[in-house]
Ligand binder design. Structure first.
Ligand SMILES: Cc1cc2nc3c(=O)[nH]c(=O)nc-3n(C[C@H](O)[C@H](O)[C@H](O)COP(=O)(O)OP(=O)(O)OC[C@H]3O[C@@H](n4cnc5c(N)ncnc54)[C@H](O)[C@@H]3O)c2cc1C
Length: 402
C-alpha cells in the first residue's frame, strides 16, 4: 500500500475539483487531486463556460490563452419552438469581461486548467485513481483510500474535499444526507454527424413535447434528447427506426445523417438528478459542486455553479490551510455563503422542469406562449442572460500566490 500525505485531498477532477486544486496550489497549498478516469476525454460533461467563469479566468490571467483554444461564442440565445425562432437571452448587455458563453468541449477546459496547474509544485494530479473510502480518526475525516493501477493508495490530508459529482461516493461515505427534488426527465446523449450544408444551429429544438439540444462539434452534433424519466427501456422496445423518426421529426435537416445511429450502443442514458446535501461538511471534510448539490442541465448552469463554489472555497480556506488553522466553522461558512445561490438556481431548475422543460406537449405550448411575450420585453431577455450567464452571487478570486 502506497502512503501519501498532503494538506488537501480533492476527490474528482471535474470543474469544481480542478478549479479548487488550481487555486489552492497557486496559493502554495499542497494538493492531491484524484480522478478515477485516465483522462478528461469524456462526452457527458456539458460544454458551457459562462461569462462569470470567464471573469475568473481573466482574474487568473488565463483568459487570452483560454480563448485561443477553438471554441464558439453565444451572445444571443434563441430557441426553436414548434419551428418558430424565439429570442430568449441577450448577453451583450452583461457587465462582464466577455459578453458571451464560450462553447468548448469540457475536456479542453479541464486539460487547459490541469496543464496550467502543473506549473505549481504543490499540484499533484493522480489520474486513474479512484477514491474508495474515507479514513477516520474518531469523528474526524483524516484522508482517503483509493485504488490505482499500481494498487491501493492511502492519502492522509488536513482536509478532504468531495468534488466527485452527482453520484458522489464521498458524500455517502461521510454519511451526509441529501434531499432530492423530483425531475421528470432523463437525457439520451449521442453523436449525430453534421449533414452537408447544415442550417444555422439554434441549440435547442422543441416541438410538441419533444426536446432536443444540439451542441456543435467539428463534424458532429453532440445531441441531448429528453425522455420521460425511467422510459429508456420502453423507447428501446419501440425500435431504433421509431427513435430515429422522432429525432428527424424535431430537426428534419438531420435526415441525411441520422442513419449513423444504427445501434443502441451509440445512445447513452444520462440520468438527471436535482438534489442537495443538508450539511455539506463534517470535521475534516467538505463537499462542493454536484457532490453537494446535483444540478440538471436546465440553463446549462451547473458547471458555473461548481466553479463558483470552488472559488469561494479557495478564498475562505487557502490562507488557513497554509497556516493549518482551518476549522469546521470555516467549512460551515462556505456552505452558508454558497447555499443561497444554489437554492435559487435549483428552485429555478425545478420550476422550469415542472412547467416548461419536460416531455409534455402542453409544456411546449406554455413555453411558446411565454417566449412570444418575452419577444416584446428586451429587459426580460437581459435578466435571463444575467441569471444564466452570471448567476446569483458571482465569486471573484481573492487568493494570490504566496
Ligand atoms: C445530461 C447532463 C447535461 C449537462 N449539461 C450541462 C451543460 O451544458 N452546462 C452546465 O453548466 N451544466 C451541465 N450539466 C450539469 C453539470 O454537468 C454539473 O453541474 C457539473 O459537471 C458539476 O461539476 P462538478 O465538478 O461538481 O462534478 P462533475 O463534473 O460530475 O465531476 C466529477 C468528477 O469526479 C470524478 N469522480 C467521480 N467519482 C470519483 C471517485 N470515486 N474517485 C475519483 N474521481 C471520481 C468523475 O470522473 C468526474 O471527473 C449537465 C448535467 C447533465 C446530467
Amino acid at each position: 500500500m502506497e502512503r501519501l500525505t498532503t494538506t488537501c485531498c480533492v476527490v474528482g477532477g471535474g470543474p469544481a475539483g480542478m478549479m479548487l486544486s488550481y487555486l489552492l496550489a497557486r496559493s502554495g497549498v499542497s494538493v492531491i487531486l484524484l480522478e478515477k478516469h485516465p483522462d478528461f476525454f469524456r462526452d457527458f460533461r456539458g460544454d458551457t463556460i459562462h461569462p462569470s467563469t470567464l471573469d475568473i479566468l481573466f482574474e487568473l490571467n488565463l483568459l487570452d490563452e483560454f480563448l485561443a483554444l477553438p471554441h464558439d461564442e453565444i451572445d444571443f440565445v434563441r430557441l426553436n419552438v414548434d419551428r418558430k425562432l424565439y429570442p430568449v437571452a441577450d448577453l451583450s448587455h452583461l457587465k462582464t469581461k466577455c459578453k458571451f458563453v464560450a462553447l468548448i468541449p469540457q475536456w479542453d477546459f479541464l486539460n487547459f486548467m490541469a496543464t496550467r496547474a502543473k506549473k505549481f509544485p504543490e499540484f499533484n494530479l493522480l489520474l486513474q485513481t479512484e477514491a474508495t473510502d474515507l479514513l477516520f480518526e474518531g469523528d474526524r475525516v483524516v484522508g482517503v483510500k483509493a485504488s490505482s493501477r499500481n494498487g491501493e493508495v492511502e492519502i492522509r490530508a488536513d482536509l478532504v474535499v468531495g468534488t466527485d459529482g452527482r453520484h458522489s461516493l464521498i458524500r455517502d461515505k461521510a454519511g451526509l444526507k441529501s434531499k432530492s427534488f423530483g425531475v421528470p426527465i432523463d437525457v439520451l446523449w449521442m453523436r449525430i454527424p453534421r449533414p452537408p450544408n447544415p442550417p444555422e444551429n439554434n441549440l435547442a429544438y422543441i416541438t410538441q413535447g419533444l426536446f432536443m439540444v444540439l451542441i456543435e462539434r467539428k463534424d458532429y452534433y453532440q445531441t441531448a434528447y429528453l425522455i420521460p424519466k425511467g422510459e429508456f427501456k420502453q423507447i428501446q422496445e419501440g425500435g431504433l427506426e421509431a427513435f430515429r423518426a422522432k429525432i428527424v421529426g424535431i430537426a428534419p435537416f438531420l435526415t441525411p445523417t441520422i442513419g449513423e445511429i444504427d445501434s443502441w450502443d451509440k445512445v447513452k442514458l444520462l440520468t438527471v438528478v436535482i438534489d442537495r446535501l443538508q450539511k455539506w461538511h463534517r470535521p475534516g471534510l467538505l463537499c462542493i459542486g454536484d457532490a453537494a448539490h446535483a444540478m440538471s442541465p436546465a440553463g446549462g448552469v451547473g458547471i458555473n455553479l461548481a466553479i463558483q463554489d470552488a472559488v469561494a472555497t479557495a478564498n475562505a480556506l487557502a490562507h488557513k490551510l497554509r497556516e493549518q488553522t482551518s476549522t469546521e466553522q470555516d467549512l460551515a461558512a462556505i456552505q452558508e455563503r454558497r447555499l443561497k445561490p444554489t437554492k435559487t438556481i435549483q428552485a429555478m431548475q425545478v420550476l422550469v422542469h415542472q412547467q416548461l422543460i419536460n416531455t409534455n406537449p402542453s409544456s411546449t405550448k406554455r413555453l411558446a406562449f411565454l417566449l412570444s411575450v418575452v419577444r416584446f420585453f428586451p429587459f426580460v431577455r437581459h435578466y435571463i442572460a444575467k441569471f444564466i450567464g452570471v448567476g446569483p452571487l458571482p465569486e471573484h478570486v481573492r487568493t494570490a500566490p504566496p
